[in-house]
Ligand binder design. Structure first.
Ligand code: TTP
Length: 192
């Protein structure tokens, strides 16, 4: 059966979230170059990556249905934090996030051979002050390694969050409401 949509992502979290929306879709991974351009602002960066993942999927030959790509970054005082490269990088990230409010930016993009539509959702997340012991223990849980900003709000990292303003689902990887609206707009042929 031909899917109505492709998900250009290796993320099991994005698969679960897209499943929640009720679409019939197939998932595949894209190998996009995720490096940031010199001087590129976080908002421009995250949106470019989502568009790149979607259009790379189309270029790989997934052309019988629209392709959805997405990217999530954590931004603290205009600095984008990606996935921690090692334990020291992670400790520095957690110390910076401790007791502060940061932004989680998740961009979504839908593409086919002719068009690309995209949107970015920004959510404010506040962390409680973290002790060195909590940071160390969290690293050894294995949860931070593959996550932007080094934490997962849907897992043990949820204990650190004192406030959230925006979309919880966007922080996990895919904003449900906005993704559904974007896909529907794309399929209806509406330009944003
Ligand atoms: C902040 C935060 C991030 N994340 C995740 C969402 C994303 O999957 C990941 C950010 O990395 P991304 O590069 O956006 O995505 P990915 O590498 O997991 O998957 P793909 O590029 O193939 O689509 O961090 C959480 O799961 N919980 C959180 O609270």
């Amino acid at each position: 059966m031909t899917p109505t949509l492709y998900l250009a992502s290796a993320s099991p979290r994005r698969r679960e979230l897209l499943t929640q929306l009720g679409y019939t879709f197939s998932q595949f991974a894209v190998d996009a170059d995720e490096s940031r351009l010199p001087g590129e602002a976080p908002l421009a960066y995250v949106e470019r990556l989502a568009r790149l993942k979607a259009t790379s999927g189309v270029a790989m030959g997934y052309q019988d249905a629209p392709v959805l790509g997405s990217d999530t970054i954590v931004v603290l005082e205009q600095q984008a934090l990606g996935k921690p490269t090692d334990q020291n990088d992670f400790i520095a990230m957690m110390k910076a996030l401790s007791g502060q409010t940061h932004q989680v930016m998740t961009a979504i993009a839908v593409a086919d051979t002719k068009r690309v539509l995209s949107q970015t959702v920004i959510t404010d997340v506040t962390f409680k002050p973290l002790s060195e012991q909590e940071i160390e223990q969290y690293w050894h849980s294995g949860e931070p390694q593959d996550k932007a900003g080094g934490y997962g709000i849907q897992g043990l990292g949820g204990r650190f969050v004192t406030q959230l303003s925006g979309s919880y689902f966007a922080v996990v990887g895919l904003p449900l409401y906005e993704t559904d609206e974007l896909i529907k707009a794309f399929m209806a042929g509406v330009d944003e």
